[in-house]
Design a protein around this ligand. Structure first.
Ligand SMILES: [Zn+2]
Length: 188
């Protein structure tokens, strides 16, 4: 699946969590969900997360950097694409690591105490579910190499195919509805 689809799926985990746990969301959590949705592809030699750019300005005046470039370069040289980073073990480590990281950071930035680690982890897990719906499948129980598929053979999604584009649009609309709905309730 494309990076943009993974990002939108990851962002959608925020409203699922909001409905089931009743926590109050904010736009930064949508970004965390989208980021979580991109992280497993740090293991790819070329991915959205590797080339994710933070910067400003245009043309020659543009100042930008790619915060995940180096880590992705290292990870993708050591690990196989859609290997260890696409497993349950990776989700557990992600949850554990991000929980403590955000707890540590929240000493200075109180705001980070909340659901960031959870949304990041759910976003990460959503990536695995999405990749599990493609033809390639995922090694969910890595280091065991068996690949898992969450859809029957004929329903599996091909990267960039029309099914993926429909999924993207539907999820974009769902997210927009969630955001609009939240603001409506806040203002009424
Ligand atoms: Zn992937």
């Amino acid at each position: 699946m494309k990076g943009s689809t993974h990002a939108i799926i990851g962002a959608n985990t925020v409203w699922i969590l909001a409905i089931f746990s009743g926590f109050s969301w904010n736009p930064f959590l949508l970004l965390a969900g989208a980021l979580g949705g991109l992280l497993p592809d740090l293991d790819a030699s070329d991915s959205k997360i590797k080339h994710l750019e933070i910067g400003y300005g245009k043309g020659k005046r543009r100042v930008a950097f790619k915060p995940f470039y180096l880590i992705s370069w290292i990870v993708s040289s050591v690990f196989k694409h859609r290997g260890a980073f696409h497993s349950i073990l990776a989700v557990i480590l992600m949850g554990w690591g991000s929980f403590f990281l955000f707890l540590f950071l929240s000493q200075w930035i109180e705001f980070l105490r909340h659901e960031f680690w959870l949304v990041l982890t759910l976003g990460y897990a959503s990536h695995l579910i999405a990749d599990g719906m493609t033809h390639h499948g995922i090694p969910l129980l890595w280091p065991w190499k068996g690949r898992f598929h969450f859809l029957p053979k004929h329903f599996r999604i091909k990267t960039g195919a029309v099914t993926e584009r429909i999924l993207y649009v539907v999820l974009l609309l769902t997210l927009a509805l969630f955001v609009m709905n939240s603001y409506y309730f806040i203002s009424s």
